[in-house]
Structures are given as structure tokens and as C-alpha cells.
Design a protein around this ligand. Structure first.
Ligand code: PEP
Ligand code: MN
Length: 349
């Protein structure tokens, strides 16, 4: 009996030591995470810390067991620290800050899903009007079109600038549509604000933090597109930049990411949709045109996006895609767009 009590006491003593050490280890990991990239730290754990433990280990326990214990311990601590960090975000589903859904942002009744259609770029009043007439006839509320185009080559059509914004406003008003357009530069936010109903932050600017902060100061919905090489976490943190300025009207847009696959322009990360919906309170839409870069599979992929919970889709449509000044391969013509909407069997009220 006496011996058992001694062993129990010793066990408690050992546990107390371990507890203190686990606390200390987690604290050190936290300090490292503040200074260094997560992946680097994972490498360091694997290659340096675990390696060192194996070198100094000369006790009776098998090396594999020791290794497993330490790896599990590090993984659990990292998971805890990640979750703790994510819980703090305003946009996180774990706190009670209220963000608006798309219908609330625009005072619309129950419209589900949201459809945003329009040409890649504003080219002329006539051509934009043809799209607007068709959108209105389908009871669609949102038109998209770029006046400032982020083109890979500086020699390609860059958009009509303010002239284009004026056309977009005029056409949107005439056909009772909400205008969505990209803003690429902090210096242009005021001017874009004057003409648009929704700011679009393009993929190339997802981590332009000054631009995110600037649009977050306006009481205007922001569509934040996923960067072409960004992780879901980076996208969520980017949305947090906007939220921190007071904005509660943020729409996440999955638009595909760059992978080795080249049958599509980008690879649509279908899993990001439910993940973002689980982890945040933000609505998620899918830009089918920039994800795919092709038109022939757009109906199937639109159905897939909606099936996994997307709140809406964005599609490029142009009266005559062959002559479009940008993205001519992926823009639907008016009939193709109508067929897409009919094919989705939506009840748009
Ligand atoms: C766009 O929607 O006009 C656009 C340029 O898309 P992304 O930023 O996703 O490439
Ligand atoms: Mn485009």
C-alpha cells in the first residue's frame, strides 16, 4: 500500500513537470509562429527538433515511440495555436459579429442564388446595353464589367477608365441593375465609389492590404476574389483586413487557383466553398468564367458550385465574344448565358 502511494505521488510529481514543460513548449511555438512561416516551423520540428531528440535519446523506450509522442505533441500544440488564432477573427464563424448576406446588403427579398453577369470589360454603351437588356429580362439584379483591367501584358486593352465607369452607371441605372466593377488602386477608390454599387477586388490584388483597408472604410459591398496562388487561410485573413475597417458587407469569390492542370484556365477549388462557409460567416460566390477559361463545361460546374453551397455565381457574357477586347475565349454569348440560367432551373424572383 505504502509503495503504491509513493508511486502515485511520483506520478503526480512527474505529471506536474510535464505540464509545466508542455506549457513552456507551446509558448515557445507561439513565439516562433509570430516570427516565422508555419511551413518553416513544421520543417524545423521534423528535421531539427525531432532529429535532436533522436540523437540524445538513450533510454529504454523504443526510438519510434519517442518520435511518435513528440510529433503528436507538437501537432496538437500547433493545432491548438491555429484554432486560437482563427477564433479571434471578426469574420470567423466562432464569434458573434454580424455580417450581411447578399440579399441583406441590397435590401432584396429572397433571391437565391445571386447571379452576376456581364462582360469582362466595358467596351461601349451599346454593347453593355445588350447585356443589360438580357439580364433584366431574366430578372437578374447584378451586372459586372471592368473599367480598370488588370492585364498580364501592358500592351493589352487596359479598360476605358472613368469613361467606362460612366457607361456602367448609366446602363445599370437604365435597367435597374446593381453595378459590380473592379478597383485596382487605392488612388482610384473614390472615383470607383462614385459609379459602382459593389467594389470588386481582383485576384491579383487579394493581398494588396492598403487597398483592402481602403475599401473596408466604405459602406459598400466588396467582392474579394481569391488570389491565384493563395491558400484559403490567406483569403480569410485578407477578408479580415476589410472587416477590421468596419465593413460587414464582404462577399468571397472563389475564382480558381493556379495548378499544373491546363485543361482549364485555373483549377476551381470546389472544396473551398464549404470550407469558407463553415469557417466564416461570409457569403461565397464562384466566378465560373475565370475558373474555367472555357465555356463548354460551365453548366456542370455551375451546378457543382451551387450543390456545395455557393451563394451565387459570376459569369462573363458578351454580345459578341469573338470580338471582345479581353477574355474572348471564356465569355458566353447572350444565348449561351440564357441557356446556362435555364439549365440551372433556378427560381429567380
Ligand atoms: C475579373 O473578374 O474581371 C478578373 C480580372 O478576374 P480575376 O481578378 O479573378 O482574375
Ligand atoms: Mn475577364
Amino acid at each position: 500500500m505504502f509503495i503504491l502511494c509513493r508511486i502515485e505521488e511520483c506520478m503526480e510529481e512527474v505529471n506536474r513537470h510535464i505540464l509545466g514543460l508542455v506549457e513552456e513548449q507551446t509558448h515557445l511555438l507561439h513565439e516562433m509562429l509570430l516570427r516565422e512561416d508555419r511551413n518553416k516551423i513544421r520543417d524545423l520540428i521534423q528535421e531539427k527538433f525531432i532529429g535532436k531528440i533522436m540523437e540524445v535519446h538513450n533510454g529504454s523506450l523504443p526510438a519510434e515511440l519517442i518520435k511518435e509522442i513528440f510529433i503528436n505533441m507538437y501537432n496538437l500544440e500547433l493545432k491548438y495555436l491555429d484554432e486560437k488564432e482563427e477564433r479571434k477573427l471578426l469574420v470567423s464563424s466562432n464569434n458573434n459579429v454580424k455580417f450581411l448576406d447578399i440579399n441583406e446588403m441590397f435590401g432584396l427579398g429572397y433571391v437565391n442564388p445571386t447571379i452576376i453577369g456581364g462582360p469582362c470589360a466595358i467596351e461601349s454603351t451599346e454593347s453593355l446595353e445588350k447585356v443589360a437588356v438580357m439580364l433584366q429580362s431574366l430578372n437578374i439584379k447584378f451586372i459586372r464589367a471592368g473599367a480598370f483591367k488588370p492585364r498580364t501584358s501592358p500592351y493589352d486593352f487596359q479598360g476605358l477608365g472613368e469613361e467606362g465607369l460612366k457607361i456602367l452607371r448609366e446602363v445599370s441605372d437604365k435597367y435597374s441593375l446593381y453595378a459590380v466593377t473592379e478597383v485596382m488602386d487605392t488612388r482610384a477608390v473614390d472615383i470607383v465609389d462614385k459609379y459602382t454599387d459593389v467594389f470588386q477586388i481582383g485576384a491579383r490584388n487579394m493581398q494588396n492590404f492598403e487597398l483592402l483597408k481602403e475599401v473596408g472604410r466604405y459602406n459598400k459591398p466588396v467582392i474579394l476574389k481569391r488570389g491565384m496562388s493563395s491558400t484559403i487561410n490567406e483569403l480569410i485573413y485578407a477578408s479580415e483586413y476589410i472587416a477590421l475597417q468596419g465593413s460587414r458587407k464582404i462577399i468571397i469569390c472563389e475564382r480558381g487557383i493556379r495548378t499544373f492542370e491546363n485543361k482549364t484556365r485555373n483549377t476551381l477549388d470546389i472544396s473551398s466553398i464549404p470550407i469558407i462557409k463553415i469557417e466564416t460567416k461570409l457569403p461565397v460566390i464562384v466566378d465560373l468564367s475565370h475558373s474555367l477559361g472555357r465555356k463548354d463545361i460551365i453548366l456542370q460546374i455551375a451546378k457543382a458550385a451551387l450543390a456545395v453551397g455557393a451563394d451565387g455565381i459570376m459569369v462573363e457574357v458578351h454580345p459578341n465574344p469573338q470580338t471582345a477586347l479581353s477574355d474572348s475565349n471564356q465569355q458566353l454569348n447572350l444565348l449561351e448565358f440564357k441557356n446556362l440560367i435555364n439549365g440551372l432551373n433556378l427560381l429567380i424572383k
